[in-house]
Design a protein. Sequence first.
Length: 228
Amino acid sequence: MQPRPEPSIPALPELPSGAASDVVEDTIELAGCTVRMVRPRNGDAILDELLSEDDPDEDRLPFWAELWPSGLALARAVAGQPLSGRRVLELGCGLGLVSVTAALAGATVLAVDRSPEATAFTAANAARNGVTLQTAVGAFDQPDRWLREAPWDLVLAADVLYEQRNIPVLLWLLPRLVGATGEVWLADPGRSKLPTFLAGVDATDWHRDQVPADLGIVTIHRLRRAQA
């Protein structure tokens, strides 16, 4: 079931200015809970603002401004999981749906994205759903903080294989983020780089299987230590 757009709501002071401040709210039904997500009304308008700058940074492209199928599928898989007392890290949090869902399930959550606009929306969406989480701005190849705070019980990532440069970084990073009993759940909508990533996983001491997903072509890959 796709999120239902709600009527426009007033811009929130904690959100970025410009086109990103023109927001709507989606209501998303998950297992045992309802999540309300604020998002920009028009992602193209945010992109136009970026491209009008003298030297636009491609790392600021507003991929974060949309609720993607992989994020919806991963949130549905996380909803209702017994996460009380568990430490959860989400890489590439976007608007924060997966992180908010994990927090609603009782986890202590750190939501990470390279876009400060994304982390601002994640914090706002956590507040709208009555949960608390932490956010941090950083790229996958700048993982100092979340490596220092490792091991995490569960690492979540949705649709992060859209660029070739992410694959070697994630293959190096993910095993260092979880311990012997930790898991990585990675949702992917069939990106062309997925086979390369999975081949890299299979070349390590990781065991992988799939978490059931109910949204089209999205698959959720669960990675664990072989001995776990």
